[in-house]
Design a protein around this ligand. Structure first.
Ligand code: SF4
Length: 216
């Protein structure tokens, strides 16, 4: 695992993303405190990792201008907040997968999260457990189709093929599906696919790798 982490960090840096390593969630929380300027406007995408590491609680501490979507009372308010996130100083997220080649791979339904990762906020901080590291984009695609999507649809209480069968319908016949193959459900959560590769804006994306299994 140490070799895998080292290779991933080296290639993230090569791709103009700033890598950090933390042994524990507690260390990651401390690092995030250092990286977040007091009073900054900050928000995040849907992520279990930020909850598990205590980062969501940190954002509620009053030290920051936290755009908190849990406070939204209606779909309209939520959509308005999602758009405000484009102007945030910092946007926090995890990643569905991080490849040893130094790429982030994320798939969304609503897609507010991947939109902000791609463009808008001045700084992106991605916190990822070692369980998210995969060899390459092919493995990342498989990870989403067999782990992220089934678990996320169950978390969100959405009825999909993968939520029931633990894998995407595109894998049902054992074939090697195309990245976009999937269900035709109205509730589909795999609608837009983002690969963050070599970045033009050096160190805009920071990736904190935590030596724990976090999120999914
Ligand atoms: S395309 Fe549909 S079945 Fe496949 S992983 Fe996404 S939500 Fe699940």
């Amino acid at each position: 695992m140490a070799d895998k982490i080292e290779k991933t960090m080296k290639n993230l840096a090569k791709n103009n993303m700033k890598p950090y390593y933390c042994e524990t969630s507690a260390e990651a929380l401390k690092l995030v405190k250092e990286l977040l300027p007091k009073g900054c406007t900050v928000s995040h995408g849907g992520t279990e990792t930020l909850k598990e590491t205590g980062i969501t609680e940190l954002l509620k501490s009053g030290e920051y201008n936290y755009l908190d979507r849990s406070k939204c009372q209606s779909r309209e308010e939520t959509e308005k907040l999602y758009k405000q996130c484009f102007l945030a100083d910092v946007y926090m997220t995890s990643s569905n997968a991080v490849t040893e080649n130094g790429e982030l791979y994320n798939v969304d339904g609503n897609s507010n999260r991947i939109a902000c990762i791609a463009y808008g906020p001045d700084s992106i901080i991605a916190v990822v457990g070692v369980n998210k590291i995969v060899k390459d984009i092919n493995e990342a695609v498989k990870r989403v189709k067999t782990i992220c999507a089934p678990l996320n649809t169950r978390r969100l209480g959405i009825s999909t093929y993968c939520g029931e069968k633990n894998e995407c319908v595109s894998l049902f016949d054992g074939n090697n599906p195309f990245i976009c193959d999937g269900c035709g459900s109205e509730a589909r959560i795999c609608c837009n696919y983002l690969i963050s590769a070599h970045q033009r804006h050096k160190d805009r994306i920071k990736v904190i790798i935590v030596n724990e299994n976090l999120g999914y």
